[in-house]
Design a protein around this ligand. Structure first.
Ligand SMILES: N[C@@H](CCC(=O)N[C@@H](CS)C(=O)NCC(=O)O)C(=O)O
Length: 205
């Protein structure tokens, strides 16, 4: 199994399946492509990934080229890792939240690109503030249901999807109390950044 990823400091999409794969404990080959290298990035990525995007997982003779599809595949391949909740209703909620992250929160993503290890002062636009408010509401709803410590109880794919958001809140000093948080949202994102899988990624960023 080979996971092709982009620069660890910036590539949020790569981080998600990398965390999930680490969590399974399965051995894998990591192939790192440096992003933003004008001369080489595009050619290098295309050598591995027909879509021209990372991450890409090579396994069983195929290339799976999307972070959510990779995480779905890992959950099926390694059921003992518990990457989705066992309960079907919890599983549907976890999938919906991961999908909302996968396809949404564009303003926050644009204004606050992941930049690990940096501290940046910024005033969020109204649209980005709306994204943060929605994230907080979603987190609290799921934490209410599960009792935590992660969104649906134990750490899984949905938490991998929100880990890059946690890094943004840290880098840009976003205080969730201004967006409807009662403290549990902040405790949740700080908990994500303490996970050994994330610390292993950060150490190599
Ligand atoms: N929907 C895709 C998005 C992947 C994506 O946009 N990857 C970016 C890097 S984070 C990329 O490969 N960009 C090409 C480049 O930087 O040359 C996924 O979830 O995997």
């Amino acid at each position: 199994m080979e996971l092709v990823i982009g620069t660890k400091r910036w590539s949020t999409w790569s981080m998600r399946p990398w965390l999930a794969l680490k969590r399974t404990g399965a051995p894998f080959v990591e192939t790192l492509v440096q992003l933003r290298e004008v001369e080489t990035s595009t050619v290098e990525i295309r050598r591995h990934s027909p879509s021209g995007l990372v991450p890409a997982l090579k396994d069983a003779g195929v290339v799976i080229g999307d972070s959510l599809a990779i995480c779905e595949y890992l959950a099926e391949r390694f059921p003992e890792a518990g990457l989705w909740p066992a309960d079907p209703v919890d599983r549907a909620l976890a999938r919906a939240a991961a999908a909302e992250m996968h396809s949404g929160f564009g303003a926050l993503r644009r204004e606050c690109p992941m930049d690990l290890g940096q501290r940046i002062e910024l005033t969020l636009s109204e649209d980005a503030e709306k994204d943060v408010r929605r994230i907080v509401a979603l987190w609290l709803e799921l934490l209410d249901r599960s009792g935590g410590p992660f969104l649906l109880g134990g750490w899984g794919n949905v938490d991998a999807f929100f880990t890059p958001v946690a890094t943004r809140f840290e880098t840009y000093g976003v205080d969730l109390k201004n967006y409807g948080d009662d403290g549990r949202g902040e405790a949740y994102w700080k908990g994500l950044l303490q996970k050994p899988e994330y610390l292993a990624w950060l150490a190599e960023a």
